[in-house]
Design a protein around this ligand. Sequence first.
Ligand code: FAD
Length: 471
Amino acid sequence: MDSHKTVVVIGGGITGLTAAYYLQRAIDEQELPIDIKLVEASHKLGGKIQTVHKDGFIIERGPDSFLERKKSAAELAKDVGLEEELVNNTVGKSFVLVNDKLHSMPKGAVMGIPTQITPFITTNLFSVQGKMRAAADFIIPRSKVSGDQSLGRFFRRRLGDEVVENLIEPLLSGIYAGDIDQLSLQSTFPQFYEVEKKYRSLILGMKNTTPSAPKKTLNPKTQGIFQTLKGGLQSIVCAIEEKLPASSILKGTRVMKVLRKVDEEGYTVYLNNGKNIEADSVVCTVPHMLLADLFPQYDFFGSFKHVPSTSVATVAMAFDANDVADHMDGTGFVVSRNSDYTITACTWTHKKWPHTTPAGKVLLRSYVGRAGEETVVDLPDEEIEQIVLDDLKRIMDLQAKPEFTIVTRWKQAMPQYTIGHKERVGKMNKIVSEDLPGVYIAGSSFEGLGIPDCIDQGKAVVNKVLTYINS
Ligand code: FAD
């Protein structure tokens, strides 16, 4: 009997790359008789991670950074030899745009929840009534909901509509591009539910659980909480690709379906080039809505087919600094839904990540598209560019057209963890482990969509695959 095993990893985004990398490392270190096949539909690896180098600018088409606090991304960077490349963002003021006016983020707001009272009382971001309604958080009893609920329901009840709409929603939208009244509290920010359970008041609870800001130093410009790689996030993709045997990577190849064998263990993985791979174990890292087609024998994946995924576009614009008359003192802003703008956020990338922009230039990266406002993503590049420019001109003094613009569309790219998500994923994993032994589902659609969450999932799969293969 052939003791050689084959593991197929479907999808070469950061989840699949992480799984393949750590699996290959274990194979090399332990001299395991296992071959990996990483199958990626497009002609390059990285999935949503894509960096463009143009005229001295480093431009991210997709994600631009990751949270340093979640350790796995920096660890992966170190493991592939990129430790020296890690760089933190420059700290700067951030703003929220409400009704044509940029307001500084109130000091001490954690995801929009006030942890310091004075900045909250003095901000113009909310009306007096809005502030009084938020203060009701001190006396409102705990929610009686014990299961999942929407983020909107939870925050509106505690802090009122105005704080939600002018601050919490735009911040959350920046992460999920979602509808706050559909997104699951349990799958996005379960810690806020725990805070309410323990302290009743969110404001008091967050005040107690948030570490106080470091004392002012002589140089207040400390490092920010995000990290990226100096050469762009794609350098981690390239570093992993270099470490994998070339024969293990199949680019430009789509997996059409995966069928469990009838009379023996294992799976047949069908490719769009007419070839098959016989696999002992399969790691599937594609977006959730594709699962039902990939595993046609199992109708339980159908429950994911209709879970929404939002479309967004990033619009990077490069300017000569002389053409941007007012240099804003900050690193960017998010836009509230009740403002009459199409852009949902803008990063002053040259300030937040100075290494990305040549001296004397300005790099602005805006977002368009979020749940319920997605049609803009389908417009031609020139129209999107004009809409973004018109919006930016209402806030900033832009004297000329950009030197160049890069529009990147991300269709159905932001999975929405709607109410009941955790339960759905738990149920899926249970059925998969019973009916599809040796198959593992991971990626941004399931247990966190930040880069470190995807890396965690890719890493966790490695042990499961090795345990299964050795069992
Ligand atoms: P993907 O990157 O989607 O990879 C899945 C891969 O599977 C793709 O390459 C696809 O081509 C391939 N595939 C699909 N079907 C098949 C098939 N049948 N056969 C073979 N291959 C297939 N996160 C952060 O932490 N920080 C940020 O700043 C941030 N910003 C973001 C900005 C944008 C615009 C977007 C869209 C996301 C952002 N995210 C951010 C989220 C993060 O980038 C993603 O969640 C993460 O990169 C997804 O990785 P993944 O491997 O799970 O999926």
